[in-house]
Write a protein that binds this ligand. Structure first.
Ligand code: SF4
Ligand code: FES
Length: 239
């Protein structure tokens, strides 16, 4: 760390404006940062003071909305959770930021999320039960053990860090990907839901769960610490 407690950072950002650039290139920005600053703070500094044309998505800035997944020093992370002190050793260093892989770049760090959302929608990520609800407005009861069965899957914020870190997805974008399988898990293992077999039938197709090669990149990438590979294995087991 520098003597005044700040860190000298070279922030390299993969830039691309398809309306203007023939191909992507690296932009470089020098700045002083606090060790506790997040990569999102550095990107804001660029946008607000150095180059207002930098394009990125973010909303909550607190790891909840899932909109700022990007590739930081070679690993998928949320920019709002990636701290400078964990990326730069000593008083100075470089942080490299790229859009997540396997998606069409719209501009700079913004990618087209539509194929990802299409995979998400394809697994019926909603509660299905056409039986009459309990009388007197009561909810459908569930034991704590049954609720626990899919608890990890409820933590997903659809950031796409898992799916876009998966080599199987890079190789074949028609693979539904880890995030969609996690979302399917959420309902397949819900004791109140009645469409588990339909979801398993969808995921047993050519571009479903068997394209997972148990590489574990998804588990490493997940900012919610969901054991993604384990949940995928549980869906495979249910088949
Ligand atoms: S499983 Fe984790 S990495 Fe994948 S979309 Fe959900 S929160 Fe993001
Ligand atoms: S901005 Fe919402 S998760 Fe990072």
């Amino acid at each position: 760390m520098a003597t005044n407690g700040t860190v000298k950072v070279e922030l390299r950002v993969r830039r691309y404006n398809p309306e203007r650039d023939e191909k992507p290139y690296w932009g470089s920005f020098e700045m002083e940062a606090e060790p506790e600053d997040r990569v999102l703070d550095l990107l804001h500094h660029v946008q607000w003071y150095l180059d207002g044309t930098l394009a990125m998505r973010r909303s909550c800035a607190h790891g909840v909305c899932g909109s700022d997944a990007m590739r930081i020093n070679g690993q998928n992370m949320l920019a709002c959770k990636a701290l400078v002190k964990n990326l730069v050793r000593g008083g100075k260093g470089r942080i490299q930021v790229e859009p997540i892989y396997g998606m069409r770049v719209i501009k700079d760090l913004i990618v087209d999320m539509e194929p990802f959302m299409e995979h998400y929608r394809s697994v019926m990520p909603y509660f299905v039960n056409d039986e009459p609800a309990p009388e007197n407005g009561r909810e459908r009861l569930q034991s704590p053990e049954d609720r626990e069965r899919f608890d990890e899957a409820t933590k997903c914020i659809l950031c796409a860090a898992c799916t876009t870190s998966c080599p199987s997805y890079w190789a074949n974008g028609t693979y539904v990907g880890p995030a969609a399988i996690v979302q399917a898990h959420r309902f397949i293992f819900d004791s109140r839901d009645k469409a588990g077999k339909d979801r398993l039938a969808i995921l047993s197709q050519e571009n479903g769960v068997w394209r997972c090669r148990t590489i574990f990149n998804c588990t490493t990438a997940c900012p919610r610490e969901i054991p993604v590979t384990q949940l995928i294995a549980e869906v495979k087991g249910a088949m």
